[in-house]
Ligand binder design. Sequence first.
Ligand code: BTN
Length: 252
Amino acid sequence: MIFTSLIQTNLTTKIFGHEIEYFTFTDSTNEDVWESLQDEIDEGFLVITDQQQKGRGRRGNNWLSEPGSSLTFSFLIKPKLPLERIGLLSLITGVAVAEGISLFSQLNCKLKWPNDIILYGKKVGGILAESKQIDGEIYVVMGVGLNVNELELPSEISSMATSLRLEKKSVLQREPMLALILNAFELLYNSEESKWIEAWNSHCVHLNSDVKFHHGNETIQGTFFKIDNMGQAIININGINKNFSSGIVELS
Ligand code: BTN
């Protein structure tokens, strides 16, 4: 059970999280926000569930959430950014998730490019941004899945995934933590874009580290330098910096 009033009493935002729809169970909160667009919802509208049954992950993967334990939500953004820069929104969402968790629990989450939430080298959360252009306007649905109070993770991911509770060794209340995430998001969203890049780089877990980088069919060995002002990864390969807009960073 999620108590939406507990989220809202902890909000300092003007836009994000003021209108919330809660489902005890649903297929995908991202899909729910898209469907709600027919009802002319405002920017900041949020859907949260306690049990997501067909969660969508990045690159066509499934996303597993555990009823009663995971934090699973999506919200609507009507960005004032050109289409080619909307990828930056998922980067600042990652920063906001890390900042909200840190404020709430003192756990120091990091980011793996582009926006995996990492805790002590393991994935603790992920972000799926979906965008559509409808009647000339851009809409983005930002979906976040976080492992919060799981004591065990499915065997197929348990070696590379963790939960906040497993690391903190205590139960965390999801609602106020979500409010802190939304507060952090709105602050960043309203700040200058140069701050977004600076904030993301400062949370990156592999900044200036040697990484394996999977790009198309290629696996490249290089040093992850930082992200550029478009959010692209700058990787130094044999002394030369190359910018990538997609790919997978493998931590060593
Ligand atoms: C990833 O693969 O790392 C991203 C996972 C994103 C999952 C979240 S859970 C809430 C929202 N609804 C979905 O169907 N997916 C996103």
